[in-house]
Design a protein around this ligand. Structure first.
Ligand SMILES: Cc1ncc(COP(=O)(O)O)c(C=O)c1O
Length: 401
């Protein structure tokens, strides 16, 4: 006979194993300045919003919060499209959602690939059965409109992918004129804004961007876990005209969009449990964006970027991105000088200043440092701290006196 009435007849109930009992005690976290490419420190007001009581994910007060998130996203993306939402997950969830829904098997996608994000989009699009054209330009450079136009005219793809803020290289991809050419070739323009949204200008409608995804943990100052997404009218029409089923159930925008009210006045249906606390965070993050105003936010990011480079320049450090017009404000990439141990500088910054400075990633590994100036962290005092950490680390390396 079992000691537990909940055990089913015949189920054995041996002595409980304590071998893997979890930790006890209250969680403690060191205070760190996350000045790498992300996540950035979250705004305490956003963290406080996450600790509010849970609501049911179909309760009217929660639906109201989702509506507010969608409204805030329209401002952030500068779009009138009703098709905005947050994907449940990090930036990759937004990336995969956009590709899974926009591209049908056998269709062509031209991927502007100048760092690891383009490489990942190639991989994902291939998994969804697309014919992938991997359009490359060296790390540290962006695509010219001429190059993009030629690729669009040659391949007439269903989708063109560009990354506005390439965080592995620190490159800002201009979107000027790209949307117009995409319209000429019947192509949908998909843009990754994970590292750039809220930090640099973006006008989805004006620039004719058809689909955008982003992340919560960078310039929006929220924790990781939400991927803001926008589909314009053309992208939504493509979704509704698909000949094949979206190959991911979890990310199918026909279903997720319905839960976010995209099919109104048709009623919303449960698809997966709403990310209650995460949507509270996004509601608060977007309220903060609206209160500050996008123009003020963009100006703040530009000002701290300038402040950083004045300080780095005074130490003799050089930008990795040669063309000033290609430099991303939010993730700054700095060449590691000959003979300097980049990892020792990062380790010293963490040990002595509690400051995270990151090394390179993908094509830039070992060649650069990356400093993120995003959202809540895009403040003069944080820049001073980063500069102090560099000065100290470079002195130890004998690079400066
Ligand atoms: C430009 C860019 N795209 C996509 C991603 C992926 O986002 P996540 O790591 O939140 O999934 C990142 C993450 O750093 C990024 O910087």
């Amino acid at each position: 006979m079992s000691a537990f009435t909940s055990a089913r007849p015949g189920e054995s109930t041996p002595a409980l194993s304590d071998a893997h009992r979890g930790p006890g005690g209250v969680l403690e976290i060191p205070q760190r300045f996350l000045m790498g490419p992300g996540p950035a420190n979250a705004d305490p007001r956003i963290l406080a919003a996450q600790s509010l009581p849970l609501l049911g994910h179909m309760h009217p007060p929660f639906i109201k919060i989702m509506d507010e998130v969608q409204q805030g996203l329209r401002y952030l993306f500068q779009t009138d499209s009703k098709y905005t939402l947050c994907a449940s997950g990090t930036g990759h969830a937004g990336m995969e959602m956009a590709i899974a829904n926009l591209v049908e098997p056998g269709e062509t996608i031209v991927v502007g690939n100048n760092g690891i994000w383009g490489t990942r989009v190639c991989d994902m699009a291939e998994r969804f059965g697309a014919n992938v054209v991997n359009l490359q330009t060296p790390a540290g450079t962006s695509f010219s409109l001429e190059t993009l136009t030629a690729a669009l005219k040659e391949h007439k793809p269903a989708v063109l992918f560009l990354c506005q803020g390439e965080s592995s290289t620190g490159v800002h991809q201009s979107l000027a004129g790209v949307g117009d050419v995409c319209r000429e070739t019947g192509t949908l323009l998909l843009v990754d804004t994970v590292c750039s949204l809220g930090g640099v200008p973006l006008y989805a409608d004006e620039w004719k961007v058809d689909a955008i995804y982003s992340g919560s943990q960078k310039c929006l100052s929220a924790p990781p876990g939400a991927a803001p997404l926008m589909f314009g009218e053309r992208a939504q029409a493509k979704l509704k005209a698909r000949k094949t089923k979206v190959r991911s159930y979890y990310l199918d925008l026909n279903l997720v969009g319905n839960y976010w009210g995209w099919d109104a006045p048709q009623p919303r249906a449960y698809h997966h449990t709403g990310m209650t606390s995460m949507w509270y965070a996004m509601r608060e993050a977007l309220a903060i964006v609206s209160e500050e105003g996008l123009d003020a936010m963009w100006a703040r990011h530009e000002a701290v970027h300038k402040q950083l480079w004045e300080g780095l320049g005074a130490m003799g450090l050089q930008p990795f991105v040669q063309n000033p017009a290609d430099r991303l404000l939010t993730v700054n990439t700095i060449k590691v000088p000959e003979g300097v141990d980049w990892a020792a500088v990062c380790a010293n910054a963490m040990a002595k200043f509690n400051v995270e400075i990151a090394g390179g990633l993908g094509p830039t590994a070992g060649q650069i440092w990356r400093v993120g100036l995003m959202g809540y962290n895009a403040r003069p005092a944080n820049v001073e701290l980063v500069l102090a950490a560099f000065r100290d680390g470079l002195k130890q390396q004998g690079y400066i006196k």
